[in-house]
Structures are given as structure tokens and as C-alpha cells.
Design a protein around this ligand. Structure first.
Ligand code: HEC
Ligand code: HEC
Length: 454
């Protein structure tokens, strides 16, 4: 039991770091603003926990207080109305056309910790903008008071195109999706939808905003979803080096290794069977669910021994050890979750351990990988596919040993790294300019004054 507590404590500790300090700078550091003006992201990313060079023994911290961090608000509607190179047009639901007022309101809600029961966790705590709208620090998400979530937080880039929401596809729209994390006991833990609506109505930051965005209609079960969905739809990221080469026909946009890696991706590796590329755009998804064996392996306790033998762990700048996975497991969470994936929605035995294909856009920014954050690096994912996943009676017929050579694996990794959108700094700068909803003396929940009306 002590082990469980220890790991739980560690997860909570990491979560606190994420809350207060831990924000990593993505590889991409410059971009072009909508105005055509060059944008130097170092201005916006500056402070935070800068880990660049941490692998070297000479590492010297450049971390600075988040308080001096600056952002730059962007006109996000321009992005969603003119998607970057490599993405198709966005379809808006008939009942929720996009407007600037809704995007701004959605942004305010997205960064508001007060939507959670104890005013600590916002959407952005798990979908961290400068970490590809995911969380690089932990394999599976952690909610209020350190409560464990069974899955890895996926990126929110390009969720506008998803036909099935969540990795088991259980939700049908971004509008509906929002209530799940808000009310999940282990995420934001609001006791009910009504509780949240009541709270929002009493927070003065929202005075008049819903009414202005929704034709006089105030915060309710639909408008909260409309607003959050509108903000999330604008998080489009493409125009990557790959897009400039493949769709933009600029031969110099990527190097030869990336081009060879693409050939492996679309050829010998068979990756594009599921991570699809269309004629004039690429989402790298097929909107389908597949069994790679990962869920099966975890559920049957075969886990790490079969998946990978050891993990390279960094203890300090320049200090690494190859830790046997058995040792890591001995201090890990005790229970092994049987995450049945699509089966949880359909209850069809043939759907056990099937998960929705995840996008590969911006994948260099969104580690760790897969539904349970099993793999820390892209190389580990590539090795997993190369060995043919984990054999089981429901394994996808498209997952089989690939026999990739070392240089093919390196090229494939370079290709995946070429999928980082050039506009990432722009979207992150916008997020950094967002107002963070924190508990204040004016709030209904201040010092438990119980003015929420309950
Ligand atoms: C405690 C961490 C946490 C918080 C807080 C959180 N999420 Fe998530 N989010 C996750 C995890 C984990 C998943 C994957 C869950 C699954 O597939 O079952 C997810 C999935 C999603 C998805 C689906 C993505 C996909 O690829 O299908 C969207 C959209 C999303 N979250 C938006 C939000 C919004 C909006 C909020 C705030 C209202 C929010 N999340 C709050 C952890 C979190
Ligand atoms: C049979 C369909 C299929 C094939 C073939 C396939 N994938 Fe996947 N891929 C998936 C599914 C499904 C997931 C999500 C798995 C999960 O969440 O457990 C995924 C996830 C990934 C991820 C993790 C994304 C993230 O953000 O967590 C990467 C990287 C990836 N695949 C790369 C590849 C590469 C490279 C190849 C070719 C060697 C490949 N895939 C072949 C279906 C496939």
C-alpha cells in the first residue's frame, strides 16, 4: 500500500510543479503573425521552466518566474476560417457558427480554474498550451487533489476535425464533450452541470459576456459547450515543414532524411493505412479504432516486460541510468487498469482494446504517447510498431513485424518530427495572453462564504 501512496504523492508533486513552475519550451521558437509580421516566440515563451540542455552535465537553469511571461492575443477566427497549409476547411455545426465573441468567451472558460470544485484545475492544467495542449510531464493525467485519470491527455490541436471524441469515441461533438472533464470526479470534479452554471453566473468576469455572444442567452448547458468548442476549434496547427514540401511542393522545406522517412511511412511501414494522407490535406487519422495490443498487454499484466525491457531515466543534468522496467513497476501504481477502449462504448467483445487513431501532427510536442502514455519517445513508438505491436487474438491485421533497418527508423523519426506546425508559436502566444481565472475576493466561493445559493 505504501507504494501506491508514494506514487500517488509523486504524481501530485509533479502536478504541483506543472501548476506552478513546469512549463516546457517547444522546439519551435518563431513564426509569422497573421499580419505577416515575424514573431519572436522567445518574447512570449521567455519565463517558465526552461529545460533546454538538461541532458548535458553543463546545464544551467534559465528558468524564470511565470509572472513575467508575456503573450500576444491573436485573431484566432482568421486561423479557423483559413486553415493553415495541409488542413481542410473546418465544418461548423449548424447550431454553433463561429464568432469572435464565442472564441473569446471559450478562451476565458478554458483557462478558468474556478470551473473545478476547488477552484484549482482548468482545462489548461492537463492540456498545457506550450506542451502541445497535452502534458509532457506525466503519462496519465492527474485531476483535482492529485486524483488519477486512466488515460493520457491527448493534444487539442486539430480537434476541430474529429468525428469521434475521446480515445474510445464515446462523445459525438466538442460541444457535448466539455461536461465530461468538468464533472468527472477525478478531473475537475464539479458535482453537477447546474452547479457550474450557477457558479459562472455569479462570477463577475462573465457579466454580460454570454448574453453578448449568444443573443441575450446566458450561461447554460448548451452555451458553455458552444463557447468552449468554439475556442478549441480554432486550435488548428499545420503548415509544417512536411506540408511545405508535400503540399507546397517546396523541395527545400525538408531534408533527404525526412523524405526517406515519408517513403517508409507510406510504404514499408504501412503507417498511412491508419494515419491517412489525402490528396490535398492530411489529418493523419482514419476516424477508426484499432487494436495495437497495447491495451491487451496492460490488461493481462504482461505489460512492460513484453513492451520494453528498460527505460532510460535521467536523474540530474547529464546523469542517466537504464532502469529495468521491473524496478520501475515495483514502485508504480499497483492496480493495472483493464482499459477496454471502444468496448466500453459498444460492449462488443470484438472491440476490446481498440483505440481511436491519434493524429501525428505536432507529435514531436505531445510526448508521452498512446492512450496510456506508455512510450516516452517517438523512437519507442517506432520500435513498438516494428516488433508488430503485441500479438493477441484481436490485433489489427495492419500491425505486424516490419523489419525496419536502423536507418529507416531514424528517417521515420525525422519524418514525424517534420510535422510540427509553423503556427504553433502563434497559438501559444495567444494562450499566454489569456486571462487566468483564479479565485478572487469577489468570487462566490471565496473563503467558503457559500453565496452560491446552496
Ligand atoms: C485532469 C486532466 C484533464 C482536464 C482538467 C481536462 N482534460 Fe481534456 N482530456 C484529458 C484526458 C485524459 C483525455 C482523454 C480521455 C479519454 O479519451 O477518455 C482528454 C480528452 C479531451 C478531448 C478529446 C480529445 C480527443 O482526441 O478525442 C477534448 C476535446 C478535451 N479533452 C478538452 C478538454 C476541455 C475543454 C477541458 C476543460 C473543460 C478539459 N479537456 C479538461 C484530460 C483532461
Ligand atoms: C492499424 C492502424 C495503425 C497503423 C498501421 C499505425 N498506427 Fe499509429 N496509431 C494507431 C492508433 C489506433 C493509435 C492510438 C493508440 C493508443 O492510443 O493506444 C496510434 C498512435 C500512434 C502514435 C502516438 C500518437 C500520440 O499522440 O500518442 C504514433 C507516434 C504513431 N501511432 C505512429 C505510427 C507509425 C510511425 C506507424 C507506422 C510504423 C503507425 N503509427 C502505424 C493506429 C495505427
Amino acid at each position: 500500500m505504501w507504494r501506491k501512496t508514494q506514487v500517488f504523492g509523486f504524481a501530485a508533486f509533479v502536478w504541483l510543479i506543472v501548476l506552478f513552475v513546469g512549463l516546457e519550451v517547444p522546439a519551435q521558437t518563431s513564426g509569422t503573425l497573421e499580419s505577416g509580421q515575424q514573431f519572436d516566440a522567445s518574447q512570449a515563451f521567455g519565463p517558465g521552466d526552461v529545460k533546454e540542455g538538461y541532458e548535458s552535465a553543463d546545464y544551467q537553469t534559465q528558468s524564470r518566474s511565470l509572472l513575467s511571461r508575456r503573450g500576444l492575443k491573436q485573431d484566432l477566427i482568421q486561423i479557423v476560417e483559413n486553415p493553415p497549409l495541409g488542413l481542410p476547411a473546418v465544418a461548423f455545426p449548424a447550431d454553433n457558427p463561429i464568432t469572435r465573441a464565442k472564441i473569446d468567451l471559450g478562451r476565458l472558460l478554458f483557462f478558468d480554474r474556478r470551473l473545478s470544485i476547488n477552484n484549482t484545475v482548468s482545462c489548461a492544467n492537463c492540456h498545457i498550451p506550450e506542451q502541445g495542449f497535452t502534458n509532457n510531464e506525466i503519462s496519465t493525467a492527474v485531476g483535482v487533489e492529485g486524483r488519477l485519470v486512466i488515460r493520457n491527455a491527448p493534444t487539442l490541436y486539430n480537434v476541430a476535425y474529429l468525428q469521434h471524441i475521446f480515445l474510445d469515441g464515446r462523445e459525438i461533438s466538442l460541444e457535448n464533450q466539455v461536461w465530461q472533464p468538468i464533472t468527472a470526479r477525478n478531473e475537475m470534479a464539479a458535482p453537477s452541470i447546474g452547479y457550474v452554471i450557477n457558479k459562472i453566473k455569479r462570477i463577475s468576469d462573465y457579466d454580460g459576456l454570454f448574453e453578448a455572444a449568444f443573443d441575450g442567452r446566458s450561461a447554460d448547458i448548451a452555451t458553455v459547450g458552444y463557447a468552449l468548442a468554439s475556442y478549441q476549434r480554432t486550435l488548428l496547427s499545420a503548415d509544417s515543414p512536411f506540408d511545405r514540401w508535400y503540399f507546397g511542393r517546396n523541395e527545400d522545406a525538408v531534408n533527404e532524411s525526412v523524405k526517406r522517412g515519408f517513403a517508409v511511412f507510406a510504404g514499408k511501414g504501412q503507417c498511412s493505412v491508419c494515419h491517412q494522407i489525402n490528396e490535398d490535406y492530411a489529418l493523419f487519422i482514419d476516424h477508426q479504432f484499432h487494436n495495437t495490443g497495447l491495451g491487451y498487454a496492460v490488461s493481462t499484466g504482461k505489460k512492460d516486460a513484453q513492451i520494453k525491457k528498460s527505460t532510460r531515466v535521467q536523474l540530474a543534468p547529464g546523469v542517466f541510468v537504464d532502469m529495468p522496467n521491473e524496478t520501475i513497476q515495483s514502485v508504480s501504481r499497483v492496480e493495472s487498469f483493464n482499459d477496454l477502449g471502444l468496448y466500453r462504448v459498444t460492449e462488443n467483445p470484438a472491440d476490446r482494446w481498440k483505440f481511436r487513431t491519434q493524429t501525428l501532427r505536432n507529435v514531436a510536442l505531445t510526448a508521452p504517447y498512446m492512450h496510456n502514455g506508455q512510450f516516452a519517445t517517438l523512437r519507442e513508438v517506432i520500435d513498438f510498431y516494428d516488433q508488430g505491436g503485441i500479438p493477441n487474438e484481436l490485433l489489427s491485421p495492419f500491425i505486424r513485424p516490419l523489419g525496419l533497418t536502423e536507418s529507416e527508423k531514424i528517417d521515420l523519426e525525422r519524418f514525424l518530427e517534420s510535422l510540427t506546425g509553423q503556427n504553433v508559436p502563434q497559438i501559444v502566444a495567444d494562450a499566454f495572453a489569456a486571462q487566468i481565472g483564479e479565485l478572487s475576493k469577489d468570487d462566490p466561493n471565496w473563503a467558503h462564504q457559500n453565496t452560491l445559493g446552496f
